[in-house]
Design a protein around this ligand. Structure first.
Ligand code: 5GP
Ligand code: ZN
Length: 115
């Protein structure tokens, strides 16, 4: 599995940096965002290092499908009952800050810090 030693989320996946984990399986990790925009804000990341969405190929379709299916399951488990927002930022103009693919999943009562 590809790992970038300089990547923040690879370090979280490897347990070299702490995170508040909410889910883990052989291919995905989910943890609370350190600066939440909403009452519940988790990040779903693939364990393998993929920098961003524009690096995806057809072979990654099952991985992205698993991320999309995990989002509502996590929101249910975290008590989010009134809808949620999913965001994947890509590249500079997409506002991406951490170059390891991640899906933001946000929910909870509004108002939210962003959006
Ligand atoms: P991006 O702008 O790349 O889509 O979002 C990166 C997200 O990662 C931001 O919401 C930011 O708060 C979060 N983040 C950055 N560093 C850390 C960290 O060390 N731990 C956790 N849990 N989240 C982080
Ligand atoms: Zn990485």
């Amino acid at each position: 599995m590809s790992h970038d030693p300089n990547c923040l989320f690879c370090k979280i996946v490897a347990g070299q940096l702490p995170s508040r984990k909410v889910y883990e399986d052989e291919s995905l990790l989910a943890f609370h965002d350190i600066h939440p925009w909403a009452p519940v804000h988790v990040l779903i990341v693939p364990k393998q290092h993929i920098a961003m969405m524009s690096d995806l190929g057809p072979e990654h379709a099952p991985l992205l499908g698993a991320m999309a299916v995990l989002a509502p399951k996590l929101m249910r488990e975290l008590g989010v009952t009134n809808g949620f927002r999913t965001v994947i930022n890509t590249g500079p103009d997409g506002g991406q800050e951490v170059y390891h693919l991640h899906m933001h999943v946000m929910g909870g009562p509004r108002p939210w810090l962003k959006g």
